[in-house]
Design a protein around this ligand. Structure first.
Ligand code: NAP
Length: 248
């Protein structure tokens, strides 16, 4: 049976890479985006030109009604979900704790934690055997920040990814009997726009000499791990993490 995989935040950065790879491996790919429709449509076009099947849908993962509408649209198109990559995420400009406020922290938690949980809920409702589903696999994109804490940069973001890690541990056990595997990837220092959103576009260039591998990572290197975790090759793997941070 054809695999149908939803990648949130598939318009650019890390999410774009598994969209391309999974489509090349035969998945029917649905990628969601927040506001950059043109970039998302470009990814879809690239996939279609390579003979793959893809679709882009707008959704704000921090908004429950938007998440519901995203999954309902997949139902309407008769695309039975077998995989979910919870990749959409955000951070805000680097800051020490003295300058954090509730609005900022809640915005980060709403996208990174609530959004991940809501998308996982909708996926489980469709994949679980007790709901007539065929099982499936979920990969959450966490971060090395969950282990490192990101002091003086974004401890709020790091804490949100710590919550994602804990969610993986609990959800994996909860839904294993339903035929659903839940795992995480923890990238670090990957070459995307996210560092500019944090106020330092040159962040990787600044830190790379301090990293064991002396370089940042590329989105396709994260995509390889995501594709493996979604595949049957990882059939006995659940509640696990793959760190992709060049040895940090
Ligand atoms: P990015 O280049 O900033 O891309 C973010 C993606 O998420 C975009 O597709 C964006 O859509 C989407 N998005 C943001 N907020 C959203 C929301 N509320 N609802 C739906 N979609 C939303 O970031 P990235 O570096 O690829 O990061 C992807 C994931 O990897 C994130 O979870 C991030 O925390 C994690 N990560 C990144 C790094 C790194 O070094 N880059 C390291 C560790 C973990 P639009 O294009 O429409 O804005």
């Amino acid at each position: 049976m054809e695999k149908v995989t939803l990648i949130t935040g598939g318009s650019r950065g890390i999410g774009r890479a598994p969209a391309l790879q999974l489509a090349a491996e035969g998945h029917w790919v649905c990628l969601s985006y927040l506001s950059r429709r043109e970039l998302a449509e470009n990814v879809v076009e690239e996939i279609r030109q390579q003979g793959g099947k893809a679709l882009a849908l707008q959704a704000d993962v921090a908004d429950e009604s938007s998440v519901r509408a995203l999954f309902t649209e997949l139902d309407r198109r008769r695309l039975p979900l077998s995989g979910l990559v919870n990749n959409a995420g955000m951070l805000l400009p680097q800051s020490s704790i003295e300058h954090l406020d509730a609005a900022r922290v809640n915005a980060i938690l709403a996208t990174n934690v609530t959004g991940t949980l809501l998308c996982a809920r909708e996926a489980v409702r469709r994949m679980a055997r007790r709901h007539g589903g065929s099982g499936g696999a979920i990969v959450n994109v966490s971060s090395a920040a969950a282990r490192l804490g990101a002091p003086h940069e974004y401890i709020d973001y790091a804490a949100s990814k710590g919550a994602v890690d804990t969610l993986i541990l609990g959800l994996a056990k909860e839904v294993a009997p339903q035929g659903i595997r839940v795992n995480g990837v923890r990238p670090g220092f990957i070459d995307t726009d996210m560092h500019a959103a944090g106020g330092e576009p040159g962040r990787i260039a600044r830190v790379q000499s301090t990293l064991p591998m002396r370089r940042g990572g590329q989105p396709r290197e994260v995509a390889e791990a995501i594709a493996w975790l979604l595949s049957a090759r990882a059939s006995y793997v659940t509640g696990s993490f793959i760190d992709l941070a060049g040895g940090v």
